[in-house]
Write a protein that binds this ligand. Structure first.
Ligand code: MN
Length: 428
Protein backbone atom coordinates (compact mmCIF):
# COMPACT_ATOMS: atom_id res chain seq x y z
CA UNK A 1 0.00 0.00 0.00
CA UNK A 2 1.45 3.31 -1.00
CA UNK A 3 -0.96 5.92 0.20
CA UNK A 4 1.14 8.83 1.32
CA UNK A 5 1.02 12.46 2.25
CA UNK A 6 2.40 14.80 -0.42
CA UNK A 7 2.27 18.47 -1.40
CA UNK A 8 -1.42 18.15 -2.43
CA UNK A 9 -2.19 17.85 1.32
CA UNK A 10 -0.11 20.85 2.48
CA UNK A 11 -2.16 23.02 4.84
CA UNK A 12 -0.69 26.20 3.33
CA UNK A 13 -1.89 25.31 -0.18
CA UNK A 14 -4.44 27.87 -1.44
CA UNK A 15 -6.61 28.01 -4.56
CA UNK A 16 -7.17 30.95 -6.88
CA UNK A 17 -10.88 30.21 -6.27
CA UNK A 18 -11.68 32.23 -3.14
CA UNK A 19 -14.54 30.03 -1.89
CA UNK A 20 -12.11 27.08 -1.69
CA UNK A 21 -10.02 28.98 0.87
CA UNK A 22 -12.97 29.59 3.20
CA UNK A 23 -12.08 27.73 6.42
CA UNK A 24 -15.69 26.52 6.73
CA UNK A 25 -15.85 24.78 3.34
CA UNK A 26 -15.88 20.98 3.17
CA UNK A 27 -14.16 21.21 -0.21
CA UNK A 28 -10.80 23.01 -0.01
CA UNK A 29 -8.09 22.23 -2.59
CA UNK A 30 -6.78 19.46 -0.31
CA UNK A 31 -10.03 17.45 -0.73
CA UNK A 32 -11.08 17.21 -4.44
CA UNK A 33 -13.98 14.71 -4.17
CA UNK A 34 -15.68 13.31 -7.30
CA UNK A 35 -19.37 13.30 -8.18
CA UNK A 36 -21.79 13.32 -11.12
CA UNK A 37 -23.87 16.37 -11.98
CA UNK A 38 -26.03 17.85 -14.74
CA UNK A 39 -27.10 21.39 -15.54
CA UNK A 40 -30.58 20.43 -16.89
CA UNK A 41 -32.72 17.30 -16.50
CA UNK A 42 -32.32 16.67 -20.25
CA UNK A 43 -28.50 16.66 -20.01
CA UNK A 44 -26.35 13.57 -19.51
CA UNK A 45 -24.39 13.22 -16.29
CA UNK A 46 -20.95 14.83 -16.22
CA UNK A 47 -18.08 14.05 -13.87
CA UNK A 48 -17.25 16.90 -11.56
CA UNK A 49 -14.95 17.70 -8.68
CA UNK A 50 -16.20 19.81 -5.77
CA UNK A 51 -14.03 22.83 -5.05
CA UNK A 52 -15.32 25.49 -2.64
CA UNK A 53 -18.86 26.32 -3.76
CA UNK A 54 -18.19 25.30 -7.38
CA UNK A 55 -18.11 22.13 -9.47
CA UNK A 56 -15.25 21.68 -11.91
CA UNK A 57 -16.48 19.89 -15.05
CA UNK A 58 -13.58 17.52 -15.78
CA UNK A 59 -14.32 17.09 -19.48
CA UNK A 60 -14.75 20.82 -20.12
CA UNK A 61 -11.52 21.45 -18.19
CA UNK A 62 -9.84 18.97 -20.58
CA UNK A 63 -8.74 16.80 -17.65
CA UNK A 64 -10.80 13.77 -18.77
CA UNK A 65 -12.20 12.70 -22.12
CA UNK A 66 -15.04 10.58 -20.80
CA UNK A 67 -18.08 11.12 -18.57
CA UNK A 68 -18.00 7.50 -17.39
CA UNK A 69 -17.43 7.56 -13.62
CA UNK A 70 -17.22 3.76 -13.33
CA UNK A 71 -14.36 3.82 -15.83
CA UNK A 72 -12.62 6.56 -13.85
CA UNK A 73 -13.07 4.51 -10.66
CA UNK A 74 -11.43 1.52 -12.35
CA UNK A 75 -8.16 3.38 -12.99
CA UNK A 76 -5.09 2.02 -11.26
CA UNK A 77 -3.60 3.74 -8.26
CA UNK A 78 -0.85 5.56 -10.19
CA UNK A 79 -3.37 7.01 -12.65
CA UNK A 80 -5.62 8.17 -9.81
CA UNK A 81 -2.68 9.86 -8.09
CA UNK A 82 -1.71 11.58 -11.35
CA UNK A 83 -5.27 12.88 -11.74
CA UNK A 84 -5.28 14.26 -8.19
CA UNK A 85 -1.97 16.00 -8.87
CA UNK A 86 -3.22 17.50 -12.16
CA UNK A 87 -6.34 18.88 -10.42
CA UNK A 88 -4.30 20.27 -7.52
CA UNK A 89 -1.83 21.99 -9.89
CA UNK A 90 -4.61 23.50 -12.01
CA UNK A 91 -6.54 24.81 -9.03
CA UNK A 92 -3.73 26.21 -6.92
CA UNK A 93 -2.74 29.86 -6.80
CA UNK A 94 -0.45 30.85 -9.64
CA UNK A 95 -1.66 28.07 -11.96
CA UNK A 96 -1.28 28.73 -15.69
CA UNK A 97 -4.53 26.76 -16.28
CA UNK A 98 -6.65 29.17 -14.24
CA UNK A 99 -8.65 30.51 -17.24
CA UNK A 100 -9.21 27.04 -18.71
CA UNK A 101 -10.43 25.69 -15.35
CA UNK A 102 -12.53 28.74 -14.48
CA UNK A 103 -14.42 28.40 -17.77
CA UNK A 104 -15.24 24.78 -16.80
CA UNK A 105 -16.83 25.69 -13.44
CA UNK A 106 -20.45 25.91 -12.44
CA UNK A 107 -21.98 26.83 -9.05
CA UNK A 108 -22.86 23.81 -6.92
CA UNK A 109 -26.23 25.31 -6.03
CA UNK A 110 -27.19 25.56 -9.71
CA UNK A 111 -26.71 21.89 -10.67
CA UNK A 112 -28.47 18.61 -9.91
CA UNK A 113 -26.27 15.93 -8.34
CA UNK A 114 -26.76 12.29 -9.34
CA UNK A 115 -25.63 9.03 -7.81
CA UNK A 116 -21.82 9.14 -7.93
CA UNK A 117 -21.69 6.18 -10.35
CA UNK A 118 -23.71 3.23 -11.63
CA UNK A 119 -23.79 1.20 -8.42
CA UNK A 120 -23.39 -2.50 -9.14
CA UNK A 121 -23.63 -4.78 -6.13
CA UNK A 122 -24.23 -3.49 -2.63
CA UNK A 123 -22.93 -5.26 0.48
CA UNK A 124 -23.68 -3.94 3.95
CA UNK A 125 -21.17 -4.83 6.68
CA UNK A 126 -21.55 -4.62 10.45
CA UNK A 127 -18.23 -3.13 11.58
CA UNK A 128 -19.60 -1.03 14.44
CA UNK A 129 -19.03 -3.26 17.47
CA UNK A 130 -20.81 -0.80 19.79
CA UNK A 131 -23.85 -0.91 17.51
CA UNK A 132 -23.67 -4.71 17.23
CA UNK A 133 -23.49 -5.09 21.02
CA UNK A 134 -26.29 -2.62 21.87
CA UNK A 135 -28.64 -3.93 19.18
CA UNK A 136 -27.74 -7.52 20.05
CA UNK A 137 -28.85 -6.83 23.64
CA UNK A 138 -32.23 -5.53 22.40
CA UNK A 139 -32.89 -8.45 20.02
CA UNK A 140 -31.17 -11.20 22.12
CA UNK A 141 -30.59 -10.08 25.74
CA UNK A 142 -29.01 -13.44 26.65
CA UNK A 143 -26.61 -13.47 23.69
CA UNK A 144 -25.79 -9.93 22.43
CA UNK A 145 -22.54 -10.38 20.48
CA UNK A 146 -22.50 -13.63 18.51
CA UNK A 147 -19.28 -15.69 18.77
CA UNK A 148 -18.25 -15.11 15.13
CA UNK A 149 -18.23 -11.30 15.44
CA UNK A 150 -14.56 -10.86 16.41
CA UNK A 151 -13.37 -13.27 13.70
CA UNK A 152 -15.50 -12.59 10.60
CA UNK A 153 -16.42 -9.18 9.16
CA UNK A 154 -20.19 -9.86 9.13
CA UNK A 155 -22.25 -8.63 6.16
CA UNK A 156 -25.31 -9.30 4.04
CA UNK A 157 -25.85 -8.71 0.33
CA UNK A 158 -28.23 -5.80 -0.11
CA UNK A 159 -29.97 -4.15 -3.03
CA UNK A 160 -28.61 -1.31 -5.18
CA UNK A 161 -31.78 -0.41 -7.17
CA UNK A 162 -33.27 1.55 -4.25
CA UNK A 163 -30.13 3.52 -3.37
CA UNK A 164 -30.79 7.20 -4.02
CA UNK A 165 -28.73 10.34 -3.74
CA UNK A 166 -28.96 13.14 -1.20
CA UNK A 167 -30.34 16.45 -2.46
CA UNK A 168 -30.72 19.91 -0.92
CA UNK A 169 -33.90 20.64 1.03
CA UNK A 170 -35.77 17.45 1.91
CA UNK A 171 -33.07 15.28 0.32
CA UNK A 172 -34.04 11.86 -1.01
CA UNK A 173 -37.71 11.27 -0.16
CA UNK A 174 -39.46 7.93 0.15
CA UNK A 175 -42.80 6.74 1.55
CA UNK A 176 -42.87 4.95 4.89
CA UNK A 177 -42.65 1.25 3.98
CA UNK A 178 -45.35 -1.34 4.57
CA UNK A 179 -44.46 -4.81 5.72
CA UNK A 180 -45.36 -7.82 7.82
CA UNK A 181 -45.28 -6.80 11.44
CA UNK A 182 -46.05 -9.03 14.42
CA UNK A 183 -46.82 -7.25 17.68
CA UNK A 184 -45.19 -8.99 20.69
CA UNK A 185 -48.56 -10.08 22.15
CA UNK A 186 -50.15 -10.98 18.78
CA UNK A 187 -50.37 -14.54 17.48
CA UNK A 188 -50.26 -13.51 13.81
CA UNK A 189 -48.50 -10.78 11.79
CA UNK A 190 -50.37 -8.07 9.85
CA UNK A 191 -49.45 -5.99 6.80
CA UNK A 192 -48.99 -2.44 8.15
CA UNK A 193 -46.91 0.71 7.71
CA UNK A 194 -43.75 0.45 9.77
CA UNK A 195 -44.10 2.19 13.14
CA UNK A 196 -40.39 1.80 13.94
CA UNK A 197 -38.69 3.50 11.02
CA UNK A 198 -35.05 4.33 11.72
CA UNK A 199 -31.87 5.71 10.16
CA UNK A 200 -28.40 4.09 10.24
CA UNK A 201 -25.29 6.30 10.22
CA UNK A 202 -22.83 4.59 7.87
CA UNK A 203 -20.03 5.24 5.45
CA UNK A 204 -20.20 3.83 1.91
CA UNK A 205 -16.96 2.52 0.33
CA UNK A 206 -16.87 2.67 -3.47
CA UNK A 207 -14.84 -0.04 -5.18
CA UNK A 208 -12.34 1.25 -7.74
CA UNK A 209 -10.20 -1.32 -9.54
CA UNK A 210 -12.04 -4.63 -9.97
CA UNK A 211 -10.64 -8.12 -9.33
CA UNK A 212 -10.98 -11.18 -11.54
CA UNK A 213 -13.36 -13.84 -10.25
CA UNK A 214 -11.41 -16.54 -8.45
CA UNK A 215 -8.55 -14.18 -7.58
CA UNK A 216 -8.75 -12.81 -4.02
CA UNK A 217 -7.43 -9.34 -3.20
CA UNK A 218 -4.74 -9.53 -0.52
CA UNK A 219 -4.92 -7.19 2.43
CA UNK A 220 -1.71 -5.48 1.31
CA UNK A 221 -3.33 -4.54 -2.02
CA UNK A 222 -6.87 -4.04 -0.77
CA UNK A 223 -6.87 -0.25 -0.51
CA UNK A 224 -5.70 0.11 -4.11
CA UNK A 225 -9.09 -1.35 -5.06
CA UNK A 226 -11.05 1.28 -3.08
CA UNK A 227 -11.90 4.53 -4.86
CA UNK A 228 -13.23 6.49 -1.90
CA UNK A 229 -15.84 7.04 0.78
CA UNK A 230 -19.22 8.78 1.01
CA UNK A 231 -21.85 9.17 3.74
CA UNK A 232 -24.52 6.49 3.68
CA UNK A 233 -27.92 6.21 5.42
CA UNK A 234 -29.24 2.64 5.53
CA UNK A 235 -32.89 3.42 6.40
CA UNK A 236 -34.29 0.50 8.41
CA UNK A 237 -37.77 -0.60 9.52
CA UNK A 238 -37.10 -2.21 12.89
CA UNK A 239 -40.53 -3.84 13.31
CA UNK A 240 -40.33 -5.49 9.89
CA UNK A 241 -36.72 -6.49 10.62
CA UNK A 242 -37.52 -8.12 13.99
CA UNK A 243 -40.08 -10.48 12.38
CA UNK A 244 -38.22 -11.34 9.16
CA UNK A 245 -34.51 -11.41 10.04
CA UNK A 246 -34.13 -14.99 11.20
CA UNK A 247 -32.68 -17.17 9.74
CA UNK A 248 -31.34 -15.38 6.62
CA UNK A 249 -30.93 -11.75 7.73
CA UNK A 250 -32.58 -8.47 6.69
CA UNK A 251 -34.70 -8.30 3.53
CA UNK A 252 -37.66 -5.91 3.11
CA UNK A 253 -36.76 -4.04 6.30
CA UNK A 254 -33.77 -2.49 4.52
CA UNK A 255 -34.28 -2.47 0.74
CA UNK A 256 -37.02 0.16 0.36
CA UNK A 257 -34.53 3.08 0.35
CA UNK A 258 -30.92 3.96 1.17
CA UNK A 259 -29.33 7.37 0.69
CA UNK A 260 -25.76 8.16 -0.35
CA UNK A 261 -24.07 11.57 -0.35
CA UNK A 262 -23.16 12.91 -3.83
CA UNK A 263 -19.41 13.49 -3.32
CA UNK A 264 -16.92 10.62 -3.02
CA UNK A 265 -13.85 11.58 -0.98
CA UNK A 266 -10.87 9.59 -2.25
CA UNK A 267 -8.58 7.51 -0.05
CA UNK A 268 -5.75 9.74 -1.31
CA UNK A 269 -7.47 12.81 0.20
CA UNK A 270 -7.86 10.91 3.49
CA UNK A 271 -4.13 10.09 3.79
CA UNK A 272 -3.41 12.66 6.57
CA UNK A 273 -6.20 11.23 8.74
CA UNK A 274 -4.99 7.63 9.01
CA UNK A 275 -4.52 6.13 12.43
CA UNK A 276 -3.28 2.93 14.02
CA UNK A 277 -5.81 0.08 14.05
CA UNK A 278 -5.98 -1.53 17.46
CA UNK A 279 -8.06 -4.16 19.19
CA UNK A 280 -9.04 -4.13 22.87
CA UNK A 281 -6.77 -6.14 25.18
CA UNK A 282 -7.71 -9.83 25.11
CA UNK A 283 -9.53 -9.76 21.74
CA UNK A 284 -8.31 -12.26 19.12
CA UNK A 285 -5.79 -11.03 16.54
CA UNK A 286 -7.29 -11.03 13.02
CA UNK A 287 -6.48 -14.15 10.99
CA UNK A 288 -3.35 -13.65 8.82
CA UNK A 289 -5.34 -12.83 5.64
CA UNK A 290 -6.96 -9.95 7.59
CA UNK A 291 -3.74 -8.68 9.13
CA UNK A 292 -0.71 -6.73 7.92
CA UNK A 293 1.82 -4.33 9.43
CA UNK A 294 0.42 -1.45 7.36
CA UNK A 295 -3.12 -2.25 8.45
CA UNK A 296 -2.00 -2.18 12.07
CA UNK A 297 -0.02 1.03 11.68
CA UNK A 298 -2.56 3.06 9.69
CA UNK A 299 -5.62 0.93 8.91
CA UNK A 300 -8.10 3.14 10.76
CA UNK A 301 -9.37 6.51 9.46
CA UNK A 302 -10.26 9.43 11.71
CA UNK A 303 -13.58 10.66 10.29
CA UNK A 304 -15.85 12.54 12.67
CA UNK A 305 -19.52 11.72 11.99
CA UNK A 306 -22.78 13.39 13.02
CA UNK A 307 -26.53 12.85 12.67
CA UNK A 308 -28.90 15.82 12.58
CA UNK A 309 -32.72 15.85 12.63
CA UNK A 310 -35.27 18.42 11.46
CA UNK A 311 -38.93 17.52 12.07
CA UNK A 312 -41.75 19.01 9.97
CA UNK A 313 -42.81 21.02 13.03
CA UNK A 314 -39.29 22.45 13.33
CA UNK A 315 -39.26 23.24 9.62
CA UNK A 316 -42.63 25.05 9.84
CA UNK A 317 -41.37 27.11 12.81
CA UNK A 318 -38.14 27.98 11.00
CA UNK A 319 -36.03 26.02 13.52
CA UNK A 320 -32.70 24.65 12.28
CA UNK A 321 -31.90 20.93 12.45
CA UNK A 322 -30.67 19.63 15.82
CA UNK A 323 -27.68 17.31 16.31
CA UNK A 324 -28.71 13.90 17.68
CA UNK A 325 -25.28 12.24 18.09
CA UNK A 326 -21.63 12.13 17.02
CA UNK A 327 -19.17 9.28 16.58
CA UNK A 328 -15.95 8.45 14.73
CA UNK A 329 -15.11 5.91 12.01
CA UNK A 330 -11.84 5.06 13.78
CA UNK A 331 -13.91 3.12 16.37
CA UNK A 332 -15.00 0.55 13.75
CA UNK A 333 -13.96 -3.03 14.56
CA UNK A 334 -12.77 -3.77 10.98
CA UNK A 335 -10.83 -1.59 8.54
CA UNK A 336 -11.51 -0.75 4.88
CA UNK A 337 -8.68 -3.08 3.80
CA UNK A 338 -10.06 -5.96 5.90
CA UNK A 339 -13.53 -5.63 4.33
CA UNK A 340 -12.11 -5.87 0.79
CA UNK A 341 -9.75 -8.75 1.65
CA UNK A 342 -12.54 -10.67 3.37
CA UNK A 343 -15.14 -10.03 0.64
CA UNK A 344 -12.85 -11.53 -2.00
CA UNK A 345 -11.07 -14.28 -0.03
CA UNK A 346 -13.45 -16.90 -1.47
CA UNK A 347 -12.84 -15.67 -5.03
CA UNK A 348 -15.83 -13.31 -5.16
CA UNK A 349 -15.21 -10.55 -7.71
CA UNK A 350 -15.80 -6.88 -6.91
CA UNK A 351 -16.51 -4.47 -9.77
CA UNK A 352 -15.86 -0.75 -10.23
CA UNK A 353 -18.79 1.07 -8.67
CA UNK A 354 -19.76 -1.66 -6.21
CA UNK A 355 -20.70 -0.23 -2.83
CA UNK A 356 -19.75 -1.60 0.59
CA UNK A 357 -21.62 -0.17 3.59
CA UNK A 358 -19.62 0.06 6.81
CA UNK A 359 -22.54 -0.84 9.06
CA UNK A 360 -23.89 1.51 11.69
CA UNK A 361 -21.06 3.53 13.23
CA UNK A 362 -21.99 4.03 16.87
CA UNK A 363 -19.51 5.26 19.45
CA UNK A 364 -18.72 3.54 22.77
CA UNK A 365 -21.08 5.73 24.85
CA UNK A 366 -24.87 5.33 25.07
CA UNK A 367 -25.46 8.81 23.61
CA UNK A 368 -23.32 7.87 20.58
CA UNK A 369 -25.84 5.46 19.03
CA UNK A 370 -25.83 5.63 15.23
CA UNK A 371 -29.55 4.77 15.06
CA UNK A 372 -32.72 5.70 16.96
CA UNK A 373 -33.01 2.04 17.99
CA UNK A 374 -29.94 2.63 20.16
CA UNK A 375 -30.60 6.26 21.14
CA UNK A 376 -34.14 5.45 22.38
CA UNK A 377 -33.17 2.02 23.79
CA UNK A 378 -35.51 0.17 21.48
CA UNK A 379 -38.21 2.82 21.85
CA UNK A 380 -38.28 2.62 25.66
CA UNK A 381 -36.68 6.04 26.25
CA UNK A 382 -38.01 8.78 23.93
CA UNK A 383 -35.52 11.46 22.92
CA UNK A 384 -36.62 14.98 23.90
CA UNK A 385 -36.08 17.59 21.15
CA UNK A 386 -35.47 21.29 21.94
CA UNK A 387 -38.99 22.30 20.76
CA UNK A 388 -40.68 19.86 23.16
CA UNK A 389 -41.30 17.07 20.63
CA UNK A 390 -40.26 13.50 21.46
CA UNK A 391 -38.81 10.84 19.18
CA UNK A 392 -38.54 7.12 19.61
CA UNK A 393 -38.55 6.36 15.87
CA UNK A 394 -38.95 8.56 12.77
CA UNK A 395 -42.25 10.37 12.10
CA UNK A 396 -43.59 11.41 8.69
CA UNK A 397 -41.94 14.65 7.58
CA UNK A 398 -38.72 14.03 9.51
CA UNK A 399 -35.52 14.97 7.66
CA UNK A 400 -32.31 13.16 8.68
CA UNK A 401 -28.95 14.71 7.77
CA UNK A 402 -25.62 12.87 8.08
CA UNK A 403 -22.41 14.91 8.14
CA UNK A 404 -18.76 13.91 8.23
CA UNK A 405 -15.41 15.67 8.35
CA UNK A 406 -11.72 15.07 9.11
CA UNK A 407 -9.59 17.28 11.31
CA UNK A 408 -5.97 17.00 12.38
CA UNK A 409 -3.46 19.49 13.77
CA UNK A 410 -1.24 20.77 10.97
CA UNK A 411 -3.66 19.84 8.16
CA UNK A 412 -6.58 21.47 6.42
CA UNK A 413 -10.02 20.27 7.52
CA UNK A 414 -11.85 18.39 4.76
CA UNK A 415 -15.50 17.30 4.75
CA UNK A 416 -17.75 14.72 3.12
CA UNK A 417 -20.62 17.18 2.59
CA UNK A 418 -24.00 15.92 3.73
CA UNK A 419 -26.40 13.03 3.20
CA UNK A 420 -30.02 14.16 3.51
CA UNK A 421 -33.31 12.30 3.28
CA UNK A 422 -36.92 12.63 4.45
CA UNK A 423 -39.79 10.30 5.32
CA UNK A 424 -43.09 10.73 3.46
CA UNK A 425 -46.40 9.25 4.67
CA UNK A 426 -47.10 5.59 3.80
CA UNK A 427 -49.03 4.96 0.55
CA UNK A 428 -52.16 3.28 1.90
MN1 MN B 1 -26.87 -1.13 7.86
Amino acid sequence: MSIGIDDTHAAALLSWLESANDLATDFPIQNLPYGRFRREPACDWSIGVAIGDQVLDLRLAKVLESDDMNRLMGLNHAARLALRRALSLGLRQGSTQQDQFRAAMVAQDSVEMGLPCEIGDFTDFYTGIHHATTVGKLFRPENPLLPNYKWVPIAYHGRSSSIGVSRPGLGQTFPRPLGQIKAPDATEPRLEPSAKLDFELELGLFIGRPNVIGEPISITEAEQHVFGLALFNDWSARDIQAWEYQPLGPFLSKNFASTVSPWVVTLEALAPFRQAFTRPEGDPAPLPYLNSPTNQEQGAINIQLEVWLQTSQMRAAGDAAVRLMESNFRDAYWTVAQLVAHHTVNGCNLRSGDLLGSGTLSGPKAEQGGSLLELSQGGKRPLPLPNGELRTFLEDGDTVILRGYCQREGFRRIGLGECRGSVLPARI
